[in-house]
Design a protein around this ligand. Structure first.
Ligand SMILES: Nc1ncnc2c1ncn2[C@@H]1O[C@H](COP(=O)(O)OP(=O)(O)OP(=O)(O)O)[C@@H](O)[C@H]1O
Length: 307
């Protein structure tokens, strides 16, 4: 199923609660066939931003547009083109999987054979065709999340919002869910994802907005952010005086930061082995050389570890 293309545009979004700013001047465009990730620590303003994007939270400033529609002024038209997976399932435990989806189809005036057909299609798509008659409480967390995704797709949305969709799922269930998310992109949807999982963001997202205290502190593709902010390789080192590491990092023109009981030191792109050998020569208690990742980017930018 291919859908028409409409970009979602957010401009200067702000939200204040009791005069406290929780989202400040957030602007971006989500293009069709793009997965955009909103990343940030607890309380960074991700859910509030997503709420403003799909019209549930009224912005204190700025606007959101889907195609030529204003999301807050033309909410009814706009929401027929949106699919929303919130952190809360809101599924009816009294109903079967099939009944839950049929019930939701009615919201879109999809009834009778057409509704059954669409629900059948979606059950197959999310791999739940054998669970149609199961009650919700018979399903694992991962399967319930798939029901919620199927529900969000009933109306053939052009933009899908996934607010921490895999929180609490085991690694296998998360990977199964990732495949379904990637498929949305192939269908032509724009996908807005919030997540605490850096591996998820790195694997799925074309572009990331990094949020801290309601503000976008940086943005780019995962590879571009990693390259620009922490380079390719990093060393985790313990049992060496901070002053020595500071001196070595400074003379190599790189960066170091305390990390739990150890330190992280990035290796320079030109001649990484020189600094590595100098670190080895300090005779640390432990030393690990590894590829950098988005965790390191976040730590460098904010001082906060999302691990
Ligand atoms: N309805 C509300 N009234 C007052 N404050 C609120 C309200 N909703 C959110 N906040 C505050 O806004 C800030 C941002 O919250 P938000 O839920 O958007 O962050 P988040 O990045 O999604 O966090 P998490 O990762 O924990 O879900 C928090 O300090 C939160 O307490």
């Amino acid at each position: 199923m291919k859908v028409k293309s409409m970009a979602l545009v957010a401009r200067d979004l702000c939200k204040f609660y009791r005069e406290l700013p929780v989202v400040q001047n957030v602007s971006f465009t989500l293009n069709p066939q793009e997965i955009l990730g909103l990343l940030g620590p607890n309380g960074a303003g991700k859910t509030t931003t997503v709420g403003m994007l799909y019209g549930a939270v009224i912005p204190s400033g700025g606007f959101v547009q889907l195609g030529s529609w204003n999301v807050h002024r033309q909410g009814r038209q706009v929401r027929t083109h949106m699919g929303i997976v919130t952190q809360d399932d809101n599924l009816d435990p009294e109903f079967t999987v099939f009944q839950n989806l049929i019930h939701f189809a009615h919201h879109y005036r999809l009834v009778g054979k057409a509704a059954k057909h669409r629900v059948g299609e979606l059950l197959e798509r999310v791999g739940l065709e054998n669970y149609a008659k199961h009650h919700l409480d018979e399903l694992s967390g991962g399967l319930k999340r798939r029901v919620v995704l199927a529900r969000a797709l009933i109306n053939h949305p052009q933009v899908v919002f996934l607010d921490e969709p895999t929180t609490g799922l085991d690694p296998d269930a998360r990977q199964d869910f990732w495949k379904l998310v990637s498929q949305l992109k192939q269908d032509g949807c724009g996908v807005l994802l919030t997540t605490h999982y850096m591996d998820e963001a790195q694997r799925l997202c074309d572009r990331l907005l990094l949020l801290q205290q309601g503000q976008v502190i940086d943005q780019g593709s995962p590879i571009e952010l990693i390259d620009r902010i922490v380079g390719q390789e990093i060393v985790e080192i313990a049992g060496v005086a901070e002053s020595i590491l500071q001196q070595l990092a400074m003379s190599a023109g790189t960066w170091y930061r305390p990390f739990g009981n150890s330190y992280l030191v990035t290796l320079p792109a030109n001649n990484p082995n020189l600094l590595w050998e100098q670190l080895v020569a300090t005779q640390p208690i432990s030393l690990t050389r590894r590829r950098t990742n988005l965790e390191d980017v976040f730590l460098r930018l904010t001082g906060i570890s999302l691990r």
